[in-house]
Design a protein around this ligand. Structure first.
Ligand code: CO
Length: 136
């Protein structure tokens, strides 16, 4: 099967999740945001379905979580871009062969049972890139 890679989600770091949800609900004309807390990542997530991709708003659970440190250093803004891959191990091998660095242990279990891995922004045009493989 051949198909184009898909944006799985776009994640924005925010200081106040409820306020950010209100803003994006106004932009999108939708009120049906979902919410999820991922303790292992130290974030509370509000998300909107964009039709195959998700917009995720990330509020840190503490200042010393990854998103908390990001907010302290850089303020609110685009945090990462998640791209879906069929085979995350093969994708990581390609990325390492291309000289890219991974962040943390990779791959690991992410939200929704997905396998995820992160590529360091220094090699990707300044954007933290998440590779994401669907469960099963
Ligand atoms: Co993500």
């Amino acid at each position: 099967m051949s198909h184009y890679p898909r944006v799985e989600h776009i994640a924005i770091a925010v200081e106040n999740l409820e306020a950010a949800i209100s803003v994006y609900a106004a932009i999108l004309g939708r009120l049906d945001s979902g919410r999820e807390t991922v303790e292992s990542e130290g974030v509370r997530i509000g998300f909107f379905d964009l039709g195959g991709a998700r917009l995720e708003l990330l509020e840190p659970l503490s200042e010393d979580s990854p998103v908390g440190r990001f907010l302290t250093r850089r303020g609110p803004g685009l945090h990462h871009l998640a791209l879906e891959v069929d085979d995350i191990e093969a994708a990581l091998e390609r990325c390492r062969a291309a000289g890219l660095r991974t962040v943390g242990d990779a791959p690991r279990q992410g939200a929704g049972g997905r396998l995820v891995a992160f590529l360091h922004p220094e090699g990707t045009g300044g954007v933290l890139v998440e590779l994401s493989q669907a469960p099963g």
